[in-house]
Write a new protein. Structure first.
Length: 677
């Protein structure tokens, strides 16, 4: 069986993923390139006795880019045996796409140029002479659409005809190019060493031919302006080629009216805020009913049944299997609806074209803190859940920006911390709940921006490159592909998270259970009493319950409430499937209806605490809430950081979120304490 490697290359947002989805029926593997966090998609297809290995290379504008995307594409094409390059181009931005094509052409590898979304270009009044463009480039050029299944066989036929062939592409130079090059002399003449050698030097560079007496001068000029000279040569060629092959009709461009509304100086930001309100409603309210349903099935049905079936075993083993293993596994699985919904709508944002416009709108504000505009979406998602915010940071342009954003997202107050706020507000801040919660969100945002301003000075996060934002055309993505993408990401999430998360949950459960099954007398409680002296300067050190609840917050912040209010284990009951199964089905249908209609989720009224008495009780409670806000995030967040950016960054995050909450809570408690005595 013959094996062929096919690389899909092109600029960002030209539809490479749509083509690999069509060719592979969306049956691809998703991972990361070795050593970097840039996403890697690949698929193996067996067809007519041959194996075709499809590689979706990262979108890039040039093989000389210093970003991960450009380096990965260049290294893969130069260091691996590639039998065919599928160069995906955007006919509405053909000149920019063909710049990369000119570089790929010089690699002397078999290549087919595919102009996708030609139907949209046709509606925009763009007419391209396919045969003449193919003849001028010396490459096969086809105009196809990834949304038409009939074009799949057409592309496969081109792949089979050109895959593995030997080829040699001659330079594209001719007499007609000389006129265009002559016009360029006026622009670059001041940079050449001598007047009489300017003509010969420029022609020698663009033709790549030596000219007597100008070799050294030309070499110095090329070394001084390598990238500029390369792009000038390509632009000169493309101006000549496109003038002959592309015709644009006069008329209003497609979607201009929509951009005039969404990017309007006065309407853009209010519409963006309204959109994010809708987006968060779709992500969190749409997934919460299913997450609650998973927790309900585990706590009300699965755990009682298991306890009944294992009633003859020792109580410690039963509690370990039900509370430490099953309950922990249910907590991990309960994140799956949230992750699936998030992945679906983020993919919709990226494919539709609005994601780039959001980054463009917020970039100016975020740039004051040395952040990219795309970091805004990640931090906003972090207010709902830190894990989606960490994952959303992958969409940023550079590795340093991704790492910096991933460190900042845990400072955002996630929804898991909200029940802790409500519990303490009901106990110590009656009538001032809204003001207290709003101040906590503000402190988290302030610390995040302050940390960004300071960390960006470090070499690890310092980024001096200018970010260029492309506004792709609006597109309606394929919901089938979006669903496949969400499913594959959720599967990868479960594979990475279950082992580490379950292990940590079981270890912490053991420390909070042994030696006698009472939390107040467990090893964790004893250690908390010893460590309470460390937290006395923060005010809440005189309550060992608060100190003992903090390690549980590493599993999930909601566990702080569970520790402060010990809930009895689910009682064992005899299985009654004939009665329980209809109830489960009814609850599942109710969850599906609530997720579809975005209905409000019932929230139980929080109980009250009596941890402190006296005038200083509210200050101690507020200091504890600030510490919980800024403390080490849950193990799910740490796992996401470690899997995406390495363990070193996760360790750095743990160190920062151990020092910063202590210092901040100390300043608040000691500072305000001076005024209230």
């Amino acid at each position: 069986m013959k094996h062929y490697t096919i690389a899909l290359a092109g600029n960002p947002n030209v539809g490479k993923s749509a083509w690999i989805n069509l060719l592979a029926h969306a049956d691809f593997k998703v991972g990361n390139w070795p050593g970097v966090t840039v996403e890697k998609k690949e698929a193996r297809i067996y067809r007519h006795g041959c194996c075709y290995h499809l590689i979706d290379l990262p979108g890039t504008y040039s093989l000389q880019e210093t970003r991960d995307e450009g380096r990965i594409t260049a290294c893969f094409l130069q260091e691996n045996q590639v039998d065919l390059i599928l160069n995906i181009c955007d006919p509405q931005r053909l000149k920019r796409s063909l710049r990369l094509s000119m570089q790929l052409r010089e690699l002397q590898l078999p290549m087919v140029i595919v102009c996708g979304f030609y139907d949209r270009a046709h509606r925009a009044g763009i007419r391209i002479d396919c045969d003449q463009l193919s003849s001028a480039l010396g490459l096969p050029v086809c105009f196809l659409s990834a949304h038409q299944r009939s074009h799949r066989e057409v592309l496969w036929q081109l792949i089979e005809d050109h895959c593995g062939q030997t080829c040699t592409y001659a330079p594209i130079y001719g007499r007609v190019l000389e006129r265009t090059l002559q016009d360029l002399l006026v622009q670059i003449a001041p940079r050449l060493p001598e007047e009489r050698s300017r003509n010969a030097a420029v022609y020698a560079f663009f033709r790549k031919e030596p000219v007597a007496g100008t070799g050294e001068r030309l070499k110095r000029w090329q070394e001084a302006y390598p990238m500029e000279a390369m792009w000038m040569r390509y632009d000169a060629l493309l101006d000549v080629l496109l003038a002959r092959t592309v015709h644009r009709e006069r008329g209003r461009p497609v979607y201009t009216l929509l951009d005039r509304i969404l990017l309007h100086p006065l309407l853009a930001y209010p519409l963006c805020i309204l959109f994010f309100c809708w987006f968060l409603q779709m992500v969190f309210r749409g997934s919460t009913p299913w997450s609650d349903y998973i927790q309900m099935v585990a706590s009300d049905y699965l755990i009682p049944y298991l306890r009944y079936g294992m009633r003859s075993l020792p109580p410690a083993i039963v509690d370990f299997l039900t509370q430490g293993v099953v309950s922990g596994l249910a907590g991990v699985i309960s994140f799956v609806p949230l992750m699936g919904t998030l992945y679906f709508w983020i993919a919709f944002l990226e494919e539709s074209g609005y994601y780039a416009r959001i980054a463009f709108l917020t970039d100016r504000i975020m740039s004051y803190f040395h952040l990219s505009g795309k970091a805004f979406l990640a931090m906003l998602l972090g207010c709902g859940c830190n894990v989606p915010g960490i994952i959303a940071s992958r969409s940023l342009e550079t590795q340093k920006q991704r790492m910096l954003t991933a460190v900042l997202v845990p400072f955002m107050s996630c929804s898991a911390r909200l029940p802790v706020y409500l519990l303490f507000c009901a106990s110590f801040f009656k009538g001032k709940e809204a003001m207290v919660v709003a101040s906590l969100y503000g402190i988290g945002l302030f610390i995040a921006f302050l940390a960004a301003f300071l960390l960006s000075r470090l070499q690890l996060f310092r980024e001096d490159a200018i970010q260029v934002y492309e506004l792709p055309p609006y597109r309606l993505p394929s919901f089938k592909v979006l669903g496949k993408c969400a499913a594959s990401e959720c599967a990868a999430y479960l594979k990475k998270a279950c082992s580490v998360v379950l292990m940590v949950m079981m270890v912490l459960w053991c420390f909070s259970y042994f030696p006698n099954g009472e939390r107040s007398q467990s090893y964790l409680a004893s250690a908390a009493r010893e460590a309470a002296v460390i937290f006395e300067p923060l005010g809440f050190g005189d309550s060992w319950e608060c100190v003992a609840s903090l390690p549980g917050g590493i599993i999930a912040k909601e566990s702080i409430i569970g520790f402060l209010h010990q809930q009895p284990s689910a009682a064992a009951r005899r299985p009654q499937l004939q009665q329980d199964l209809p109830v489960l089905i009814e609850e599942a249908l109710h969850s599906a209806k609530a997720a579809f209609l975005l209905e409000e989720v019932d929230v139980r009224e929080p109980q009250t605490l009596t941890l402190w008495q006296g005038r200083s009780a509210p200050l101690k409670a507020y200091s504890f809430l600030v510490f919980v806000l800024l403390s080490i995030p849950c193990v799910m967040t740490l796992t996401a950081i470690a899997s995406l950016y390495g363990r070193k960054l996760a360790v750095l995050c743990v160190v920062l979120m151990s020092v910063i909450p202590y210092v901040t809570a100390w300043l608040i408690y000691q500072g305000i304490g001076l005024f209230i005595g």
